[in-house]
Design a protein around this ligand. Sequence first.
Ligand code: UDX
Length: 460
Amino acid sequence: MGVVPTVLVLPCPAQGHVNPLMILSQKLVEKGCNIIFVTPEFIHNKVVSSMGNQAGGDNGRSPIKLVSIPDGLGPDADRNNIILLFDSILKNMPAMLERLIEDLRLKDGVRVSCIVADFLMAWALEIARKIGIRGVLFYPSAAAMLALQCSIPKLIEDGIIDSDGLPTTKKRFQLSPSIPPMDTEIIWWAKISDSITEKMVFNISLQSMKTLESTEWCLCNSTPDLEPGALSFVPKLLPIGPLLRTYDHDQGVTERSLGQFWEEDFSCLNWLDQQPHGSVIYVAFGSTTLFDEKQFKELALGLELTNRPFLWVVRKDSDCSNKVCFPNEFKGNQGKIIEWAPQEKVLSHPAIACFISHCGWNSTLEGLSNGVPFLCWPYYADQFFDKKYICDEWKVGLGFDLDENGMISREEIKVKVDKLLSDENIRVKAREIKKKLMKDVDLGGRSSENLNKFINWLKE
Ligand code: UDX
């Protein structure tokens, strides 16, 4: 028997960051590692509830031990306020994490051998260095976004961004001939909300870049089949993606996936079974997108106008889940509306025709891995660049055009759905990419081999 490494995994506290690191944790468990999955309390409670009757949690003997540490904020604090949350995390969590590792050693006899930290939680690797254990970063978005971060000094020198990271004028630029051209519209840290938040996120990512310099490598949820240029631009990146959930059996999955903040509505799978193959528009905008009421109504009427079946995720916390937001004319007879989908199961269902998506990186990878064409509706951060990849680089989707009021009209939705679904080239491309990605994660594939390389390093 070799050494059983205990890996402490620290995601950034958001669904789109917890998901890939939970999947990675499950893969590491399959390969014989123990995992301590650490989140602040408000996330921990959601992750624990996703465990349902499965063994584990704080007191269980599951190889994934879920542990919480306080983020330093009071119970009623607004954790959607990124400045408040990150300020408190940075002030409080490092000492808490160090104490946790010490307590695990003294009280439970558990020696953490490595920390895997989300890129935005890179401070944790300072703790790793201080107490003499290993640390690696995990980059949850497209590798091209890290290539962009690596180019910050050059972007400042060329006058594309100022020293706070904010774009000076609208400009097009290219990081390298093998990375698709970018423009100031896709600088992800400058597409978050307001300039104060954006400056803060920029500063956190500058700190993370310093940490990157002193780490051996940085895991990322990508593959050279998708991003050859960006991956060679940042040689420290070890692509192990796409990180996808594995299901024990294909039929009748009703067990909540570990790490899901909301309960998946599995009834939509039975509904999909009753729809013709390749007929359903799947509509979902990830875990944080909020809709303007007018745009929400237009989307509802646009879906109706397509005269096709649709499966639409309207999150309970999205403000528009109440009936008032649905316009009177909206009947929804051809559709099914749910609060949270088993997204990967939905995307792999033969009834799905296309995916209207905000282009979050996880959703992007999940759509690609199932060969589903996209209609891109990005909202913030890295989603604008993911749209570029989907439409211009991989050519597996179309974007929506805004009308004179800055809205996506119901007519535009109908036109683009019809256009996408009559485009055979896009479908062929989508199938080709799916095939390549499946090869990457299969036994002997590039991502699968990289994961083995990482595990061997953990066991050294
Ligand atoms: C955010 C950013 O948008 C993303 O670009 C970044 O890289 C990570 O953080 P989010 O907006 O939530 O994430 O989108 P996405 O990256 O697509 O992640 C959403 C996750 O929730 C996906 O894994 C998706 O499968 C899951 N999901 C979404 C469901 O399981 N059910 C749903 O109904 C909707």
